[in-house]
Design a protein. Structure first.
Length: 345
């Protein structure tokens, strides 16, 4: 009885210690999070102020340009009025002559020697502020989105894992580097054991380690010279590896892909989603939050978000998934490369 009581006391002391440790850890994380967010908002405020300054300077320059144009037009008009008055005076003097032919010749020469402008076509742009404001706000929106995504990337990069390709899952035409970090499609089918986990006929390969909880992140270099197609993402362990398949969440695939060199897709349910990218991604980051049911893809070079699968329901292990796609007689023969995550950028 005494031993049971002592054990209960020890259990409760340990629980208190665990709670204090958890509270201290949470406090440290909260302070770090607050500092990071203060830095972010300070940066965003600076960006807004910079945009405001640039916009006002641009409007001031437009105003000065309009005033200068107005002055030039007024000066030209006044000069033309002076010339017309002089001509009118001369014509009045000549109108008293009885030599009408001479008068007509003088009038004609005066008219032909003067180059007059069609003033109905001359205008001064007086208000471009709305268009200027629209462009400035679009630029600001892009800047803010880039900064937010960059901050988001910095946060999720702390969940980076070391991914290595699993040769036992690789299609016989796939060539893996010795360190298991690169994969490309070759012309020659290798003689490999037909294991249940090996993909065939689809030219795919999985990572060695699967994840059934928590968060993980990895990056892949995808823009190699001449690359026209690839697939990248995560797949459920139970996926069909021996037949043709449609990559979609309902079939256990959460992926993005390149097709025809310039077409980017997310193979979502109920239909594929065409991705609009400003620049071709060179390095793609893949982030998974198992409990949240989230798979997100990022262009890490431009700090832009490509696509997210949200509100997913995961069961079993998820594995990093790669396909360098068919090489098309050498046109798409370059590899996908798993790269170290540089969280200091």
């Amino acid at each position: 009885m005494i031993q049971d009581t002592q054990q209960m006391i020890q259990d409760r002391i340990k629980k208190i210690q665990d709670l204090k440790h958890s509270a201290e850890f949470r406090k440290i994380n909260t302070e770090k999070g607050k500092a990071a967010r203060v830095e972010l908002f300070t940066d965003l405020i600076r960006s807004i102020e910079r945009c405001q300054t640039e916009l006002l300077e641009m409007m001031e320059e437009q105003q000065k340009a309009a005033e200068k144009q107005e002055e030039e037009v007024i000066e030209e008009l006044e000069q033309e009025i002076t010339e017309l008055k002089m001509i009118n005076t001369e014509l009045e003097q000549l109108s008293h002559t009885e030599d009408h032919l001479h008068l007509l010749q003088i009038y004609s020469s005066r008219g032909s020697s003067r180059k007059t402008r069609n003033w109905s076509e001359i205008s001064v742009k007086t208000d471009e502020s709305q268009e200027t404001l629209r462009r400035a706000l679009i630029q600001l929106q892009d800047t803010l989105q880039e900064k937010l995504t960059h901050t988001e990337l910095k946060r999720i990069q702390q969940y980076a894992v070391d991914v290595t390709l699993d040769p036992d899952t690789a299609h016989p035409n796939l060539i893996l580097s010795k360190d298991g970090k690169q994969v490309r499609h070759g012309d020659i089918r290798q003689k490999l054991p037909d294991k249940p986990e090996r993909f065939d006929p689809c030219v795919n390969v999985l990572g060695k380690e699967g994840f059934s909880s928590g968060r993980f992140y990895f990056e892949v270099q995808v823009k190699v010279k001449g690359k026209t197609g690839w697939d990248l993402g995560v797949a459920r362990e139970s996926i069909d590896r021996k037949g043709e398949f449609t990559p979609s969440p309902s079939n256990g695939w959460w992926t993005v892909a390149l097709r025809n060199e310039n077409e980017y897709w997310a193979f979502a349910d109920p239909s594929d989603v065409s991705l609009c990218v400003r620049v071709k991604p060179q390095r793609v980051g893949v982030f998974v939050d198992y409990e949240e049911g989230l798979v997100s893809f990022y262009d890490t070079e431009s700090s832009s978000h490509l696509y997210s699968y949200t509100d997913q329901s995961f069961t079993g292990k998820l594995y990093p998934y790669f396909s360098p796609y068919l090489n098309y007689k050498g046109k798409n023969s370059n590899p996908l490369i798993i790269t170290p995550v540089d969280s200091k950028k």
